[in-house]
Design a protein around this ligand. Structure first.
Ligand SMILES: Nc1ncnc2c1ncn2[C@@H]1O[C@H](COP(=O)(O)OP(=O)(O)O)[C@@H](O)[C@H]1O
Ligand SMILES: O=C(CO)[C@@H](O)[C@H](O)COP(=O)(O)O
Length: 498
């Protein structure tokens, strides 16, 4: 039997899975790493933590699975999107990576929007948002000019790890699309955008398809991971593109909800000229010449994680959520908005923060935990409604990511979205998508679609309950009003954030 490895370089941890030719996950390993928040709105990680975590996870995977290194045909990557890694002449990072959920770049976003006007949406297909890479490059150019002058290349997170494993610098179209520097329909770096901000094209990595082979492992890295130096390494893609592949979102009419640190509602888009006016993100897929559209909740799983760490006193996710199924839908009138780090869709706003509205002396920890899940799901429904309003028919949603591990939450998603929710045999969507890119790249299958037919299987389905769906529709109307009603209050609180 032959195998491939899929790596998902997430925000909370790197996950590695070993998959056989039938699509069965034989072994998995994860290594967590910290987030660094030096100031309110800052979110960084050390690129070396990613490399060390990835090497350790692969070594454990290979060791525990007990398969021969020669039987592992390939490896590929899914990575958290948009993060800026700046490298010097020697290929070493010049500073910590600035991540997708870092919101320090509001001023740079304003400048991009003013400078480029309608050109931006025409070329990059997306509005300037704090999370994207271009505003981060401009922030470093403006605030750390000496360091910026020493930059020889920029990379995205998974591209940096792949570079460290192979010695080859490259990125793929799906991740490049999240920089705001790619001409998304023409599939080339935009000289118009680069020139507008004085960014030399020598900084930009070469562009590849997600299933292209980048090279083989450096002997030193083969030694550390226990893999063969002949192991082929395939480019991989953005975590949401890989999530889409791993969830089988490879043709029109399919949609996915991913709850990791962020939350995403995503649908396949075949028309490269479709115009969503920047209301949702429009990116290149990991499938050649295909696209996807998505809305993003910045703090989806992160809201639950924050709540657990702050109020859960050492409880696990399962312990914290134990009993929420007995709390009625609507959490006894307690409503949560998940704007812990600002928001993206539908409110591109770095200043807004979250709220609990309707606290009552009868509410328990379980009411709060249920309200957190409901608030996250309402936020994701706002993205789903934009996709529906654009004409997308969405009758079933594939659920992936850490949020797919709780059955009460899956039923809640069905009730709030008003759609059937489908869970696959493995909820490791992005890592599975990366493994599928390696399997397809290695020639196991003639197309990614054939690979999806062989690898992906639905395991359970949740249908909306009509009564709860009706109740949630009413509550959603209230939820939608919270943003406008707390916006100026949050402006007033801004000076107190440290
Ligand atoms: N057992 C669980 N029940 C419900 N939610 C969970 C559970 N385990 C993890 N999660 C959620 O999933 C999130 C992590 O998802 P994951 O896909 O691993 O994230 P990332 O790719 O961003 O590192 C956590 O922050 C948490 O909100
Ligand atoms: O910024 C985005 C998408 O635009 C995020 O989805 C990141 O790609 C991080 O993903 P997770 O760590 O939450 O999976």
């Amino acid at each position: 039997m032959k195998y491939v490895i899929g790596i998902d370089l997430g925000t909370s941890a790197v996950k590695a899975i070993l998959v056989n030719m039938k699509g069965t996950v034989i072994a998995e390993a994860a290594e967590a790493y910290p987030l660094i928040h030096e100031k309110a709105g800052y979110s960084e990680q050390k690129p070396e933590d990613w490399t060390d975590g990835t090497v350790a996870a692969i070594a454990r995977l290979v060791n525990e699975a007990g398969v021969a290194a020669a039987d592992i045909d390939g490896i590929s990557f899914s990575g958290q999107m948009h993060g800026l890694v700046l490298l010097g002449e020697d290929g070493a990072p010049l500073r910590h990576a600035i991540l997708w959920n870092d919101t320090r770049t509001t001023e740079q976003c304003r400048r991009i929007t003013e400078e480029l006007g309608p050109q931006l949406l025409r070329i990059a297909k997306n509005q300037a948002l704090e999370g994207f890479t271009l505003p981060k490059l401009l922030w470093v150019q403006q605030n750390e000019p000496d360091l910026f002058a020493r930059a020889a290349a920029f990379m995205l997170p998974k591209d940096y790890v792949r570079y460290r494993l192979t010695g080859h610098m490259a990125t793929d179209y799906s991740d490049a699309a999240g920089t705001l520097l790619l001409d998304v329909t023409e599939k080339q770096w935009s000289t118009a955008i680069a020139d507008a901000f004085g960014l030399p094209l020598s900084l930009f990595p070469p562009l590849l398809e997600s299933s292209d082979c980048v090279g083989t492992l450096l002997p030193e890295m083969a030694g550390k991971t226990g893999l063969s130096p002949q192991t082929k390494v395939y480019a991989g893609g953005a975590d949401n593109a890989c999530g889409a592949i791993g969830a089988g979102i490879l043709h029109p009419g399919t949609a996915m909800c991913s709850i990791g640190t962020s939350g995403v509602v995503l649908a396949y888009e075949e028309n490269r000229c479709a115009d969503y006016e920047g209301k949702v993100h429009f990116f290149n897929h990991g499938l050649t010449n295909a696209y996807y559209v998505m809305g993003v909740t910045l703090a989806a799983g992160y809201s639950l994680q924050w709540f657990k760490e702050t109020f859960g006193h050492g409880l696990s996710f399962d312990e914290l959520l134990n009993g929420i199924e007995d709390i009625p839908a609507g959490s006894g009138g307690l409503l949560f908005t998940p704007y812990l780090v600002g928001e993206r869709t539908p409110h591109a706003d770095a200043v807004i923060r979250g709220s609990f509205i309707g606290m009552d002396g009868s509410h328990t920890l379980q009411h709060f935990a249920r309200a957190v899940l409901e608030g996250i799901t309402f936020s994701l429904k706002e993205s789903l409604e934009i996709l529906r309003a654009s004409g997308k028919e969405i009758s079933a949603v594939i659920s992936i990511g850490g949020g797919a591990r709780n059955e009460t939450w899956l039923q809640m998603q069905a009730d709030i979205f008003g759609t059937e929710m489908v869970k696959l045999k493995s909820e490791q969507g992005p890592a599975m998508g990366a493994a599928m890119l390696a399997a397809y790249g290695a020639g196991w299958f003639p197309t990614l679609e054939v690979c999806a037919d062989a690898f992906l299987m639905a395991s359970e389905r949740w249908k909306p309950d009509p009564n709860r769906n009706e109740m949630y529709e009413q509550l959603f109307d209230v939820y939608r009003q919270v943003y406008a009603n707390t916006q100026s209050l949050n402006e007033g609180l801004l000076p107190f954030r440290r």
